[in-house]
Structure formats: C-alpha cells, structure tokens
Design a protein around this ligand. Structure first.
Ligand code: HEC
Length: 136
C-alpha cells in the first residue's frame, strides 16, 4: 500500500515536470517571433541588386529620377528612406513601376512600363531600397 502510494506520487511528479518543460518551451518560441517581427530583417541577393541597377540604367528611369536629387520623380534615396526593405513594399512598388501613377509624392504621374516583367521590376525596387541599407 505504501509502495503503491510512492509509485503514483512519482508518476504525478513526472507528469508535472513534463508539463512544465512544455510550458517553458512555448514561452521561448513566442519571444523569438516577437523579435523577428520588430527587426524586419530581410536578406536580398546582391546579384539581384546589381541586376536591378543595370536594368534601371538601361531604361528611361533616369530621365525622371536621380539617386540624390528630386527631379520629375522623387530621388531614389528618398524612396529608400520612405520604404524599408520588406516583401510588401517590394510588391507594391514593383507594381507601381509597371502600372505608373501618382499620389504618393505629388500630383505628377510616373509613366507606366507595361513591357517590364514583375521579377525585373522587383530587382529594380531592391536596388532602390538597398540605397538606404547601411553597409557592413
Ligand atoms: C515620366 C517620368 C518618370 C519615369 C520615366 C519614371 N518615373 Fe518613377 N516616378 C515618377 C514620378 C512623378 C513619381 C511619383 C509618383 C507618385 O507621386 O506616386 C515616381 C515614383 C517612383 C517610385 C516610388 C513610387 C511610390 O509609390 O512611392 C519608384 C520606386 C519609381 N518611381 C521607380 C521608377 C523606375 C524604376 C523607373 C524606370 C523603369 C521609373 N521610375 C521611371 C516619374 C517617373
């Protein structure tokens, strides 16, 4: 009878401690997720940035844009300061380059570029947004 009590006591303790382990693991996972959301870290392939830069040089973009100074369109450096490098921003801006339009910087519209493919437009956006990413 006494032995029985000790054994069931041990099982109870084991159940308790395994529950506790599960609880502390959940806590750790939650912390990691919060940190990742705040930091907004995004890895971009440097090759895509170089291809984006070359594409911009080969098209009409520099007729209206300059890296440092506002011309017909905003300076690329100002675009990079306004939009951090996130997937959502890369999607929105690449669609805007293809469709054209106005409203985010003023009443003047950017001409549409319907011949551009979405992957190429995204590479150009990655180059532009990389201008505000600190090196090193
Ligand atoms: C006819 C002039 C013109 C040309 C050519 C042009 N842009 Fe623009 N661009 C503008 C104007 C004007 C704006 C501001 C639009 C606004 O206020 O929403 C702009 C805005 C942008 C923005 C920011 C969009 C936003 O919603 O904040 C990006 C990125 C951009 N241009 C990239 C490009 C690229 C890449 C090319 C070449 C494929 C290009 N532009 C060609 C005039 C031009």
């Amino acid at each position: 009878m006494k032995l029985n009590f000790i054994i069931s006591g041990c099982i109870f303790m084991a159940a308790l401690s395994s529950n506790y382990t599960a609880f502390s693991q959940t806590k750790k996972v939650t912390k990691t997720v919060v940190k990742t959301t705040t930091v907004h870290k995004m890895t971009v392939n440097p090759q895509e940035i170089a291809q984006g830069k070359a594409l911009i040089a080969s098209l009409d973009c520099m007729g209206c844009h300059n890296v440092q100074n506002k011309m017909v369109g905003p300076a690329y450096m100002d675009v990079a300061k306004k939009y951090p490098m996130t997937t959502a921003n890369i999607n929105t801006l690449s669609q805007k380059i293809i469709a054209g339009g106005s409203g985010n910087w003023g009443p003047v519209a950017m001409s549409p570029h319907p011949a551009l493919t979405s992957p190429d437009a995204k590479k150009m956006v990655k180059y532009i947004l990389s201008l505000n990413v600190k090196k090193g």
